[in-house]
Write a new protein. Structure first.
Length: 181
């Protein structure tokens, strides 16, 4: 099955989730994330600001932003810049995603954990994003632990990765944690 077909199938599955199911899944996924050694040990965490069809990161950010150093991506051409999270310095950026303002970009070598959004994942850590390759370019050279978060309905059978695709170390859904490598 090609990536566009998988994207459409997952979009349909997610559209069937109720608001209660979405909220409950986000609570469970981020509780599982909080229980991981990678999260407990990390001080510098790259996260994403969620779109309406993604697991909401809002409550998680609110709960932890005073105890962890969160960073958010900002689209810069075909790449992502990484900037410190500051609730008072956000704007709607590319693709209508809240992005950080400022010039203080972070060095990816300082990031210890990356929470990765995705359209679909398989149990080997392969992911399908929205098709622009931003995260694959970002993840290519990182040594940080990478954790994909998703609704269980976003899990697919084996995804056939392209040469440039970068798998994640773990996938977390409301059903549990999958160690992929």
């Amino acid at each position: 099955m090609n990536k566009d077909t998988i994207r459409l199938r997952v979009k349909t599955r997610k559209s069937l989730l109720s608001d209660v199911e979405r909220s409950s899944a986000a609570d469970r996924v981020f509780a599982l994330l909080e229980s991981t050694a990678a999260f407990m040990m990390a001080d510098n965490i790259l996260l994403y600001h969620s779109l309406p069809d993604e697991l909401s990161t809002r409550e998680f950010i609110d709960r932890w932003h005073t105890r962890k150093h969160f960073y958010l991506p900002r689209v810069n051409g075909v790449n992502l810049d990484i900037l410190p999270y500051d609730r008072s310095r956000l704007h709607l950026g590319a693709f209508n995603i809240e992005e950080p303002d400022g010039d203080e970009t972070a060095d990816m070598a300082d990031i210890e954990l990356i929470v990765v959004p995705g359209v679909a994942y398989d149990r080997r850590g392969n992911r399908i994003g929205r098709g622009k390759g931003y995260y694959d370019r970002l993840l290519r050279d990182t040594r940080a632990v990478t954790i994909g978060v998703a609704y269980a309905c976003q899990l697919c059978d084996d995804i056939e990765p392209d040469d440039f695709d970068v798998p994640v170390h773990y996938v977390i859904t409301e059903q549990g944690i999958i160690k992929t490598r």
